[in-house]
Design a protein around this ligand. Structure first.
Ligand code: HEC
Length: 182
């Protein structure tokens, strides 16, 4: 019995070692390894996690509309200036309580303003950067809202990439006219 236990512990340690090695090779943090890591799921742009500047892997299958697919390929938000999409984005902003912390116009309340031109995380001036921030959250008080991240116990709960692009398109209408696609 005692021997069995020792074997079990050894096996666990071995698994842990293998796992460590794997994450070492994948996590060097530069853009090149991000592209490599993302390639199997078909990502064309490499997302970076706002929390730790490491590659952020998002399942390519979640990008299931033409606008979402275009974003995945180019990092550009096709919903900028699209009135229907912007109206939907405003609704989603309310639905996910963004309003409570960032104010009804995204100009700041408990949380910071989202309309720029300066941002706490400068990358949020781009649509790709803002997508990454809202998807996975920050270390300074905002949890990720992306589907599967917002509530790990319910993989269906959270904002889809298509909805998030609409939210961002709405936020951009409140700023100084810069679209984030520049
Ligand atoms: C519980 C309050 C809360 C909710 C709800 C919330 N946020 Fe935030 N948000 C924050 C706080 C606090 C920060 C600042 C985080 C930091 O400093 O790291 C922030 C930061 C941000 C930023 C980065 C701003 C910058 O200057 O770089 C964006 C973009 C953002 N939130 C968008 C959203 C959106 C969109 C939603 C809804 C889907 C949302 N937030 C919901 C509290 C919230």
């Amino acid at each position: 019995m005692k021997q069995l236990k020792i074997y079990a512990v050894l096996a666990l340690m071995l698994t842990a070692l293998v796992a460590c090695n794997k994450s070492d090779t994948g996590g060097s943090g530069n853009a090149e390894s991000a592209t490599e890591a993302a390639a199997p799921s078909g990502n064309a742009i490499a997302f970076i996690d706002t929390r730790d500047d490491k590659p952020l892997i998002i399942d390519a299958a979640l990008f299931d509309t033409p606008a979402a697919k275009e974003f995945l390929a180019t990092g550009k938000n096709a919903y900028i200036g699209d009135e229907d999409a912007i109206a939907k984005g405003k609704k989603v902003f309310g639905l996910y309580s963004c309003t409570q912390c960032h104010g009804p116009d995204g100009k700041g309340q408990v949380g910071p303003g989202l309309v720029g031109p300066t941002f706490k995380y400068p990358k949020n001036a781009t649509n790709k950067g803002m997508f990454e921030t809202i998807w996975a959250g920050t270390n300074g008080g905002m949890g990720g809202k992306g589907i599967g991240i917002m509530d790990p116990t319910d993989p269906k709960n959270g904002i889809t990439p298509d909805e998030l692009l609409k939210v961002i398109a709405w936020i951009r209408t409140k700023g100084d006219g810069t679209t984030g696609n520049e």
